[in-house]
Design a protein around this ligand. Structure first.
Ligand SMILES: Nc1ncnc2c1ncn2[C@@H]1O[C@H](COP(=O)(O)OP(=O)(O)O)[C@@H](O)[C@H]1O
Ligand SMILES: [Mg+2]
Length: 317
């Protein structure tokens, strides 16, 4: 056994030498491969994927080839590949495709349903017809948003988005976001304000992408804050050439159990509520990737019933 094999089975350097296989590695599947391979004889290759339970759960691909050691002594050479990460990524991809299909199907089903109703008579009832078409229109908007976010996210993830990094003034970015979000906040009776320290240096950022980041965070803050609440954007110089931007709300908060996964694609505390509010579940995933692409950091603090603060740290110019 080489060192990697020993560490895969959690054995120290002295274990294994001159000791029967079965005593060293207690994995029946692996023994089966060993026996099969030896019995199959020269020229055969046994191939199998197994699960190792200890010292850590792993997925391992085994290739075994019989090896003649002497006149009537046959051994087996086994090569093991750790495919744990590969299988995990495949799982992530499968789940992602399932999620995308589900997200696309929901509005599509609604659109088809209303169009069918219209075609089978409702078109003649002026009032209903108009209402149904408005619903159909809302769902097509939703589909558009979803596809936009998906395209954006995959481009960022694939590194196809070249950031136009330049000295960027955060106050201008925040003003832009507040101007866009103002009506929505007023409509929901949520107070929206900013507090930037006056000596804030320019940041090294892609201005439009920074707007996208702050806009997504403020949009969430406003969406998940009930009437009478407050949303504040703050910024100040942090340690080592960094600026910290905090978006704080007094909203519903995120339960601790959901917090670690909240930036994953499509992860939402309350799917129905997010959809109702026009969300795609991709906002925070996009924010995270954009912040990382800038060489920054993202941290989320939240307390259910009290509110949420998202901290973004970015380098100064
Ligand atoms: N400020 C916030 N307060 C409470 N929950 C939040 C906040 N921001 C995000 N969330 C939760 O995180 C989920 C993911 O956010 P996001 O990726 O922006 O998706 P979306 O806004 O489309 O639902 C939201 O559905 C919501 O459950
Ligand atoms: Mg969002």
């Amino acid at each position: 056994m080489n060192e990697r094999a020993r560490s895969m089975f959690g054995l120290d350097a002295t274990r294994g030498e001159r000791t029967p296989f079965l005593e060293v590695i207690r994995n029946t599947d692996l023994h089966e491969v060993f026996r099969e391979s030896r019995a199959a004889g020269e020229g055969s290759v046994a191939h199998r994927e197994l699960r190792l339970a200890s010292p850590v759960e792993r997925r391992v691909q085994v290739n075994a080839v019989p090896l003649r050691l002497g006149a009537d002594e046959v051994g087996v050479v086994m090569v093991l590949h750790d495919v744990t990460e590969l299988r995990r990524l495949e799982q992530v991809r499968t789940e992602f495709v399932a999620n995308v299909s589900h997200e696309l199907r929901t509005p599509l089903t609604a659109i088809q349903g209303y169009l069918e109703t219209l075609l089978s008579g409702a078109l003649e009832e002026r009032q209903n017809a108009r209402r149904f078409l408005e619903i159909v229109f809302r769902h097509t908007e939703r589909l558009g948003r979803l596809l936009n976010d998906l395209t954006d996210l995959s481009n960022i993830e694939l590194g196809r988005v070249a950031l136009k990094l330049a000295p960027t003034r955060l106050d201008e970015v925040v003003d832009t976001v507040l101007a866009i979000m103002g009506p929505k906040a007023t409509g929901g009776r949520v107070g929206l304000s900013s507090r930037l320290s006056p000596d804030l240096p320019s940041m090294l950022a892609d201005r439009d992408r920074l707007v996208q980041v702050v806009l997504n965070l403020v949009d969430n803050a406003v969406k998940y804050t009930p009437e009478g609440g407050r949303v504040t954007v703050q910024a100040r110089t942090a340690a080592e050439g960094q600026v910290e931007i905090d978006v704080t709300d007094t909203g519903i908060g995120i339960p601790p159990i959901d917090l670690p996964r909240i930036t994953e694609r499509f992860y939402r505390v309350d799917k129905a509520r997010s959809r109702e509010l026009g969300g795609t579940g991709l906002g925070l995933a996009i924010v995270k990737h954009l912040v990382f692409a800038h060489g920054g950091q993202l941290r989320i603090e939240s307390e259910p019933g009290r509110g949420t603060t998202v901290h973004v740290t970015l380098p100064i110019a």
